[in-house]
Design a protein around this ligand. Sequence first.
Ligand SMILES: NC(=O)c1ccc[n+]([C@@H]2O[C@H](COP(=O)([O-])OP(=O)(O)OC[C@H]3O[C@@H](n4cnc5c(N)ncnc54)[C@H](OP(=O)(O)O)[C@@H]3O)[C@@H](O)[C@H]2O)c1
Length: 315
Amino acid sequence: MAATRRAVLAGAGAGIAAGLLPGGALAQGSAQGSAQGNPAPLIRKPIPSSGEMIPVIGLGSARRYEEIRPGEDVTPLRDTFARLRALGGTVVDTAPSYGQAEAIMGGLMADLGIRQDLFVCTKVGVDSQEQGWAQIEQSFRNLRTDRIDLIAVHNLRDITNQLAILRELKQGGRIRYLGATTSFDRQYEAFEAMMRRETLDSIQIDYALDNRNAAERIIPLARERGMAVFINLPFGRGSVFRATQGKPLPDWAAEMDVTSWAQFMLKYLVSHEGVTCAVPGMAQARYVDDNLAAARGRMPDAAMRRRMEQFIDGL
Ligand SMILES: NC(=O)c1ccc[n+]([C@@H]2O[C@H](COP(=O)([O-])OP(=O)(O)OC[C@H]3O[C@@H](n4cnc5c(N)ncnc54)[C@H](OP(=O)(O)O)[C@@H]3O)[C@@H](O)[C@H]2O)c1
């Protein structure tokens, strides 16, 4: 594996086993499932500013939803959303910049009648207050809802003005949480300064087993500042699958109830004590089955997380 984004994180695994979280901070599903044979409940973590518990795996809607052309059959996406809901998933992440993704998501939620069951996150990414208001009003229309759970400022764009809008919306009860996102290392310094300056409910940042820079400062700072942490690009847009293609899982993956590479990658991320929820891009129901299994069963402890890092770094 190329070492370009590989950070050697001394102590990155310290104290991060899910089982080490403070009492009540994590609702743990069992590996076995309920007595009725239904899948076990998903492991959830709290949003620090409210204590609200959300499942540690959600759904990202960039790329595959972005690529859909007007009139194209969205049945696979509908099945994906239906499966997410059936398995107890709630968090869905989108953005106005993802082509038709917001409107598709709005249509699917209305069609399936599941808006009220979901935790809907979108973003704002424009250059002035006037544009911000216009884009956000369009998001409400696209998503066919009068309340959006979380809006985050996309990639720090016009952050001060946009946060002012989000604060007003939150005060008026039209959104429940506000935040900011990035997925670029070159923005980390400015992002960190912004996190120290602003009061936010959440951040969203890129973090993957082969891209661990966010764990150095940003995620610990979020924890210190009481911000929920959503993870984007948890598979490095697929880089982790290319690196592990054709390779068997190590035997010890079974000790974490991991049966696929996707679960291996996701359990590493969500077992970090500062991480609240990872949002892998999912446009197939079978990926929902696979990825939500990472929100059940045993989680890696600190020693196991280090082993996972060494394993990936050695590929
Ligand atoms: N700055 C920001 O705010 C920002 C930036 C980037 C992303 N995001 C958010 O983060 C989300 C995730 O990022 P992403 O979708 O670009 O990348 P990603 O989650 O790292 O990778 C997504 C790709 O992984 C593959 N995949 C998903 N589940 C799989 C499974 N179980 N087995 C095998 N392959 C699987 C899918 O491939 P195929 O569909 O190709 O088969 C999918 O396209 C986005 O959807 C978006 O919501 C936010």
